[in-house]
Design a protein around this ligand. Structure first.
Ligand SMILES: [Zn+2]
Length: 307
């Protein structure tokens, strides 16, 4: 890099800072904290649920084939071990809606998707899904059809889903799509989500590296909780940049995921490495380290769209 390009780089960075400060952002609502349940299925895949299980959100769909339990020496629970058992398990919790939010098409995120969706539909659940709009209305259409699913029925927005900056709401859960710095097999953008439900706001990073516009995501959306990829190795940012991401986002609570599910990423130690990095980068934020299969109830700052 010569002197001129370095100068342009710093100039652009300063401008970006001004722009971020000038953009009207969300504000956190006043009021008592709210609770949200999270259950980690391994790797970058997890479930969010309201305390009464009325709304269940799955972020990605790799469950019975998920290899994220082994490194912890934990046996995968029976209800996570097959499509049929899982559909019966969700049905037994009597949710009003199950929404599957797909971040991208890598196999450790989409691996069980086309077995999951028909199993949930077959169990009589109200199931909807969303992902990046071109992936949903072009890339995956043949696979939806092969699975016996009509994408115009099961994909939100009549089969179109949403694109970056767009949003959709279904039965009390609102999703807005945000960028991620990652890739996909099919070439469509890999993304993250801002998810409003249970009275709070969650940033689900999806697979990503650290990027500067996480500061803008923080200013613009003010998420209370960030669930960030932290596994390092071959595919995403590691615990230290993931903690830097949480600092840029300004969240009050953070959870690392996308580790210990294959030998090319960090193992179970990633959780404590992330906690240590957060103590340096964002010491005021709470950190929850999950165990595969365990459900954790989180206490989070409230969010109101009208605030
Ligand atoms: Zn990926």
């Amino acid at each position: 890099m010569n002197d001129l390009s370095r100068g342009e780089f710093f100039g652009a960075g300063a401008l970006a800072g001004v722009a971020a400060a000038a953009i009207p952002g969300a504000t956190l609502a006043a009021g008592p904290p709210v609770t949200l349940k999270i259950r980690w299925y391994g790797g970058g895949v997890y479930e969010l649920a309201t305390p009464d299980d009325k709304t269940i959100v799955l972020v990605d769909a790799w469950i019975w084939n998920n290899t994220g339990f082994k490194a912890f020496g934990i046996d995968k629970p029976a209800e996570l071990s097959s499509a049929g058992a899982y559909a019966a398990y969700l049905k037994g919790r009597s949710p009003e809606a199950v929404i599957v939010a797909l971040t991208h098409d890598h196999s450790d995120h989409i691996g069980d998707y086309f077995e999951l969706l028909p199993a949930l539909v077959g169990a009589g659940l109200d199931v909807k899904t969303l992902g990046q709009s071109d992936l949903m209305r072009a890339g995956l259409v043949p696979k939806f059809k092969a699975a016996g699913l009509d994408p115009t029925q099961i994909v939100l927005n009549g089969g179109n889903a949403i694109n970056i900056g767009g949003s959709v709401e279904y039965k009390g859960a609102r999703f807005e799509m945000v960028p991620a710095v990652h890739s996909t097999f099919a070439g469509f953008p890999s993304i993250g989500f801002i998810i409003d439900f249970a009275g709070t706001r969650v940033y689900a990073s999806g697979d990503t590296d650290l990027f500067g516009d996480m500061a803008l995501i923080g200013t613009r959306y003010r998420p209370a909780l960030a669930i960030v990829s932290a596994g390092n190795g071959a595919f995403t940012m590691g615990p230290v940049p993931a903690a830097s991401a949480c600092k840029l986002l300004g969240v009050s609570h953070a959870i690392p995921v996308h580790y210990a599910h294959n030998p090319r990423v960090l193992g179970p130690e990633c959780g404590e490495l992330f906690r240590a990095a957060m103590a340096q980068a964002a010491p005021a934020a709470a950190v929850s380290i999950l165990r595969p299969g365990a459900t954790t109830t989180l206490t989070l700052a409230p969010y109101s769209a009208s605030a």
